[in-house]
Design a binder for this molecule. Structure first.
Ligand code: SF4
Ligand code: SF4
Length: 471
């Protein structure tokens, strides 16, 4: 049978630096009335176009900024309730042919590189599962010879193939270099969750300045990766910017234009947006980066993204400190990593008490149980949910549910059921008592009566040892 030819988009048609700078310049003239209109719209959970976002990015008036924070908090509570989804990264290979100035894995750095054997992949998976994780982000550098797509597929097969007494890794999101439509098809065929790729910076001159060598230096090819992923049938893609490389206002606006492009072309914008901020790594100095983003600006960036795309998940990693994570959770973050190691084989090294040599230094080093306990203490429901992916709610199906505001009707029951599962499998007596009290308090918050009754029944079954309920 003849193979059906697939589109292979490689040319940028949607990010225009001159246009973005022009929109930002023009937005300086937005009147108070115009900004109030944009904020009223955001408060009705209707999002904001990129031109409206530009006005919010440019305003310096304290009353507007205070309202941006206030609305971001309201959106967060209304759309996501108090559930926070948890995940952890799994680094499988640090071989890399690229020379990214901000990354310790860049090919100019001399250190003993490695990739995990399949036994080691299984060992790391076991350690992640022992922390209670059900959702991971698989991470690898770019290296055609040492880390070809077949190796990544093998890792995914090894991870999905492992079953434990308490369950298994149920969703593997994949963060690997921009690749071909054909390779995205292969990833799609093995059932990945979200394909994640950070643009790092949308500002092409900066992009070329910090990507000194290697295939990643090709701005257009990197930028169009999500077009190819969609062309290959991957419905959920997760974008992000490495804040600290270029002007954050430029980056947020470009991110929103990228989101609009995907939405127009594939009826599905970003499934998630990550907000990593440049942090120290071995072999680089933060002093070389003139656009570092301070805490106050960063909080504003997170809040404005929350206003612009109220239904898009926002992810924060352990790059941020404990204190900063607490603040950003209130402004829009819906998913965080916990107990992370950012090193190949890092979980096994940690178990052996060996010194770490990570891709970047994490600022929140608490273990997963501490983070989960604290989330509960702050009134959140830690969630290990992977239900959407497993019930086929992906791509435009997911987006239509999210945009209709209905997603919270499944998020809360799933959060309560997976927290029950976690408490039974990993919590001590005190933790269980705390978790069950929180679950009891939150059950009445499930608006749909049939769903509430079902969740309550499932929770009782989980307490008796059953596993893996989801809606
Ligand atoms: Fe390689 Fe990724 Fe690090 Fe760049 S950011 S050097 S592509 S691992
Ligand atoms: Fe995420 Fe869907 Fe689970 Fe909600 S129900 S936490 S959107 S997987």
């Amino acid at each position: 049978m003849a193979t059906v030819p697939v589109a292979e988009t490689t040319k940028n048609t949607f990010i225009d630096a001159g246009y973005i700078s022009g929109v930002l310049e023009c937005a300086k003239g937005a009147t108070d009335a115009e900004i109030r209109r944009i904020l009223d719209k955001a408060e009705r959970f209707e999002g904001a176009s990129h031109t409206e976002i530009a006005a919010l990015l440019m305003t310096e008036k304290p009353e507007h900024i205070a309202r941006i924070f206030d609305i971001a908090g309201k959106i967060k509570r209304h759309i996501y309730g108090n559930r926070i989804v948890l995940f952890a990264p799994l680094y499988v290979s640090d071989y890399c042919v690229n020379r990214c100035a901000y990354c310790s894995y860049n090919c100019g750095h001399d250190f003993p590189r490695r990739k995990l054997t399949m036994d080691e992949v299984r060992e790391e998976t076991k350690l992640l599962e022992q922390m209670g994780h059900k959702r991971i982000a698989l991470e690898a550098g770019e290296h055609g010879a040492e880390c070809p797509i077949e190796y990544i597929l093998e890792c995914i097969g090894a991870i999905y193939g492992m079953k434990f007494k308490n369950g298994e890794i149920r969703r593997i999101n994949v963060n690997i270099a921009a690749t071909t439509t054909e390779n995205y098809r292969k990833l799609n065929a093995v059932g990945i969750g979200t394909y994640i790729l950070f643009q790092e910076t949308y500002h092409q001159p900066t992009y070329e300045q910090v990507h000194l060598a290697g295939p990643k230096r090709n701005f257009d090819y990197h930028l169009t990766a999500f077009d190819r992923a969609h062309e290959a049938g991957i419905g959920d893609v997760g974008g992000g910017v490495l804040f600290g490389l270029a002007d954050p206002r430029f980056e947020v606006l470009a991110l929103m234009i990228h989101n609009e492009h995907l939405d127009e072309r594939f009826h599905s914008g970003f499934h998630t947006i990550s907000v990593p901020r440049l942090c120290a790594a071995s072999g680089m100095s933060l002093a070389d980066f003139p656009h570092l983003v301070d805490d106050a600006t960063f909080e504003r960036v997170v809040a404005i993204i929350r206003l612009a795309v109220p239904f898009t998940g926002m992810i924060l990693s352990t790059r941020e400190s404990h204190e900063m994570r607490g603040k950003l959770l209130k402004l829009g973050i819906s998913q965080i990593s916990a107990g992370s190691s950012t090193e190949v084989g890092g979980y096994a090294k940690r178990a052996r008490n060996e010194a770490a040599n990570p891709q970047f230094y994490v600022n929140d080093e608490r273990d997963a149980l501490d983070i989960i306990s604290e989330l509960m203490g702050d009134g959140y429901i830690p969630s290990f949910c992977t239900a959407c992916y497993r019930s086929g709610r992906t791509g435009d199906r997911f987006m239509s549910l999210a945009k209709s505001g209905q997603i919270k009707n499944v998020c809360l029951p799933n959060a309560l059921m997976t927290l029950t599962e976690y408490a039974m499998d990993y919590g001590g007596e005190a933790f269980r008592a705390k978790a069950f009290a929180a679950i009891g308090q939150n059950l009445p918050g499930i608006a749909n009566e049939r769903m509430r009754t079902k969740a309550a029944e499932n929770i009782e079954q989980i307490k008796r040892g059953a596993h893996d309920f989801y809606v």
